[in-house]
Design a protein around this ligand. Sequence first.
Ligand code: GDP
Length: 300
Amino acid sequence: QRLKEGLDKTTKELGNKLDGLLVGYGKIDEDLYEELEEILIMSDVGYDATINALEKLKEKVKESRVEDATQVKALLKEVLIDLLTVDKSDHELNLLSDPTVILIVGVNGVGKTTTIGKLTDYCKKQKKNVLLAAGDTFRAGAIDQLEIWGNRSNTPVVKHQEGSDPAAVIFDAIQSAKAKETQVLICDTAGRLHNKKNLMNELNKIFRIVDREYSEANKEVLLVLDATTGQNAIQQAKTFGEVAPITGIVLTKLDGTAKGGIIIQIAQTLGVPVKFIGVGENIEDLQPFEAESFVNALLD
Ligand code: GDP
């Protein structure tokens, strides 16, 4: 239900327009596909992903010998679910093997800190104990903000002074996590995208430290993207994809946009699974991503 409410704006832009087109349209023809194309592009599915979706849809229509437009919706749902799914199990956060480290990357303002707060709550609900690392030592206020979330959920935060070396913070946090046998260590990082070289150096240093202590299977690198920023989110995804081994996407603020179709473009462009979506500012508004319920909420 929360998912449905959170996606309401996009549902109006995408789901309702599809219904408006398909119901009573009659026989499927080329014009129908053109109108479908326009609707998908208008909700930011993106040109390439739209063309891809329509090709797949046409195949499905042919295979299933569907002739009436009203039946197209169910087939389009299948296509979108397919485009949003990398590998079903990959969409789940890797919390199976303790201890786990989760690195949170993304530019300022996308909702990184909020996501860390929500994610902490999510992990605690899975009966995991959590430690936070204030690895964004660059942005003024970032450390305090993380501590506020930590206090809220009674979660300790490892921090150094503002301006100090983030890799040193992460190193200390790892030692502390080991000493306390912490199951999940969540690390904030700085998001200075305007200086790609610095960002790369800083992240690489952090990755090297993390890699020494945690195996591939115990590591998540989540890229946080803001759905309301449209094409900027795609650009950020590409840039971070070049500097960091991203294992999953968190797409925030889907409640704040009618162009939630961007999620399809992101999944297509990156080929990395979306793991969580943010549909509001409250703690329960971070939801594990599941393609089928997402598409159903959007197109019902
Ligand atoms: P950071 O700079 O990346 O750490 O961003 P913050 O976590 O400080 O978030 C920036 C703003 O976005 C805050 O006002 C958050 O409440 C808001 N925000 C984060 N996630 C969501 C979301 O899923 N939906 C909405 N509506 N707001 C969000």
